[in-house]
Design a protein around this ligand. Structure first.
Ligand code: IMP
Ligand code: MG
Length: 183
């Protein structure tokens, strides 16, 4: 496959943005950094579906030992714009969170709406601490400062991106590299 190629998805044109090698190198760095930070403790990794499934899969495999993971499914997006409202489709029980140090694994922080909703919910469920690890971060679109990821893989401009778990209306999650909307 030619990685310099444009890609048509749902009538939009995307161009290559972050390569597979750049992603895997950065994911390994993030895993090493977080593993070091939590040395001697046993954090619970909360994976936000659907978008972060591929990132989480690669990230979690970089961690040594048997770690705890849980999955949440949240949705706030329609087409290429955030709706501003978060729906919880698969949730967490209080018992899973009580007293735990939580590391949230997210694909992208855009407006921050999703994390602004989730972080207080985790504290309400008794979390001892909550830190965010997001593969991508678009600071120009951030509306909630409490959604700023402590760990961010790539800080990117305000452009819609696709691939490596991220979709456009359900398409493109399988792509090994990250594409951006062509200007
Ligand atoms: P936020 O709540 O506005 O921060 O957006 C968070 C969610 O919207 C992310 O977890 C993604 O699933 C989705 N999202 C945000 N930006 C993009 C994008 O550029 N491409 C694909 N999905 C996105
Ligand atoms: Mg997401």
């Amino acid at each position: 496959m030619n990685s310099n190629k444009e890609l048509q998805v749902g009538g939009l044109t995307f161009v290559p943005f972050i390569t597979e090698d750049m992603i895997s190198a950065r994911v390994a760095e993030l895993a090493a950094e977080i593993e070091k930070e939590y040395e001697g403790s046993n954090p619970l990794y909360v994976v936000i579906l659907n978008g972060s499934f591929m990132f989480a899969s690669d990230f979690l495999r970089q961690l040594s030992g048997a770690v705890d993971t849980q999955f949440v499914r949240l949705a706030s997006y329609n087409n290429t714009e955030s709706t501003g409202k978060v729906r919880q489709i698969i949730g967490l029980a209080d018992t899973e969170i009580e007293g735990r140090e939580i590391v949230v694994i997210e694909d992208i922080v855009d407006t921050g709406t999703t994390m602004h909703y989730l972080v207080p919910d985790l504290f309400n469920k008794g979390a001892e601490s909550v830190e965010l690890c997001s593969l991508l971060f678009k600071p120009d679109k951030l509306q909630f400062t409490d959604a700023t990821p402590k760990y961010a893989g790539f800080v990117i401009p305000n452009k819609f991106v696709l691939g490596y778990g991220l979709d456009y209306n359900g398409a493109g999650r399988n792509l090994k590299e990250i594409y951006k909307l062509k200007s």
